[in-house]
Design a protein around this ligand. Structure first.
Ligand code: NAP
Ligand code: ZN
Length: 364
């Protein structure tokens, strides 16, 4: 019914509470983005703790947004050359996903093109995940989403080997997020929670957690944007994001995610925003096939669908982009070929997908 091999330590000062579980090896590769591991305050608390525990470390702070397969291979080389035996990943979904792929690449000596070949993934190294955004829930999922450095195609892979062994979630680390990243990551979490209901692999035992997560976002997102240091509001969004991660670890994502990937690759539209752009149209598109589930959701969160749409539209998510006919054709093929389509409650025809894309196309 449930499978989640990650020890989760949540709340203010979670790192201190996790100290007894942190020594997953003797030498850690710290994988992060360029600045958020420091800005969030994680590094100033982590390094003294590692010293206290006699854990050596090497820092690899080079992961950019939408991590590239080529960066994973550089990370693998640094990991092996430094003689590391586990990874501490700090940041948003980008460093966390890259860390999972570095661990797999290092353990199985994979090349860039072999990263997606699951049959070559025989083992991995342990991972500690410390999220600094409240979006992806990657700290508790088996997925790693990478962009291929040559084709620029964004795609994920998932295997039980990818689950972090330890997730340390402290909302204090998220108070330094900009309003934009706060908004986009919370909408990504919202998307995961909704997709847990849409997915053909939906699990009714998760519904109470999904409803609670959605309500936490509805009740706290505006407050968090107005008052970025409001800790109870951040804590609520961090919890919703964790719930979203636990949800998709069981249900996978759907067309809602697949349709956003080409927009992120082509226009650098942040992942959460790419999901949010399609959130209303996707609910309408899915509704005929899952009417009861949608009605049950709005009953449970004590809100009508219209009120939900009204709330969602109060955020700047109405994006229109210039899309050439060529791009449109290519993306339709790419989206229909995406792994996440399989769990969608309604798989669009070619023409239906074109209509969905047109909802964000300039001049249509
Ligand atoms: P992200 O790409 O990891 O980070 C976005 C930006 O926020 C970066 O500039 C980052 O800076 C900055 N940032 C992060 N934490 C910060 C903090 N506390 N204070 C200030 N700045 C901070 O964003 P994300 O939305 O969390 O991750 C998106 C990626 O995750 C996408 O590639 C998406 O496809 C993937 N994803 C994965 C899963 C999964 O289950 N594995 C699920 C959904 C999405 P730095 O560059 O310095 O780090
Ligand atoms: Zn997502």
């Amino acid at each position: 019914m449930f499978y989640l091999p990650t020890r989760i330590i949540f709340g203010e000062n979670a790192l201190k509470d996790a100290a007894a579980h942190l020594a997953l090896g003797k030498r850690a590769l710290i994988v992060s983005g360029r600045s958020s591991a420091v800005k969030s305050g994680v590094m100033s608390e982590l390094i003294p703790l590692l010293n206290e525990l006699n854990i050596e470390h090497k820092i690899f702070a080079q992961i950019v947004e939408n991590p590239l397969t080529s960066q994973v291979i550089i990370g693998k080389e640094v990991f092996l050359e430094a003689g590391c035996d586990f990874i501490i990943a700090i940041g948003g979904g980008s460093p966390l996903d890259a860390a999972k792929a570095i661990a797999i690449a290092a353990a199985n000596d994979l090349s860039e093109d072999e990263l997606y070949q699951l049959d070559l993934h025989e083992k991995s190294f342990p991972i500690v995940a410390i999220p600094t955004t409240h979006g992806t829930g990657s700290e508790v999922t088996q997925y790693s989403v990478l962009t291929h450095s040559k084709t620029k195609k964004k795609a994920g892979f998932g295997s039980d080997l990818n689950f972090p062994q330890l997730a340390i979630i402290d909302p204090r680390y998220m108070t330094s997020l900009s309003p934009k990243v706060s908004l986009h990551t919370a909408l990504d979490a919202l998307s995961h929670l909704l997709e847990g209901l849409y997915s053909l692999s939906r699990n009714e035992h998760l519904y109470p957690m999904i409803y609670r997560g959605i309500r936490l976002i509805v009740d706290n997102l505006s407050l968090c944007l107005r008052e970025p240091k409001h800790l109870p509001a951040r804590q609520a969004l961090a919890l919703a994001s964790l719930y979203g991660g636990i949800t998709i670890a069981h249900t996978g994502t759907t067309l809602q995610h697949a349709i956003g990937y080409p927009f992120t690759s082509a226009f650098d539209i942040p992942h959460g925003l790419a999901n949010a752009m399609f959130m209303n149209v996707m609910m309408e598109f899915n509704q005929p096939n899952i009417e009861g589930i949608i009605n049950q959701l709005f009953e449970a969160i004590k809100m009508s669908k219209e009120e939900f749409y009204h709330w969602l539209e109060s955020f700047p998510i109405q994006i229109k982009v210039e899309i050439s006919d060529d791009e449109e054709e290519r993306w339709i093929d790419e989206i229909l070929g995406a792994r996440n389509i399989a769990a969608s409650p309604r798989v669009p025809t070619y023409e239906e997908l074109r209509t969905l894309i047109h909802s964000v196309k300039k001049g249509v």
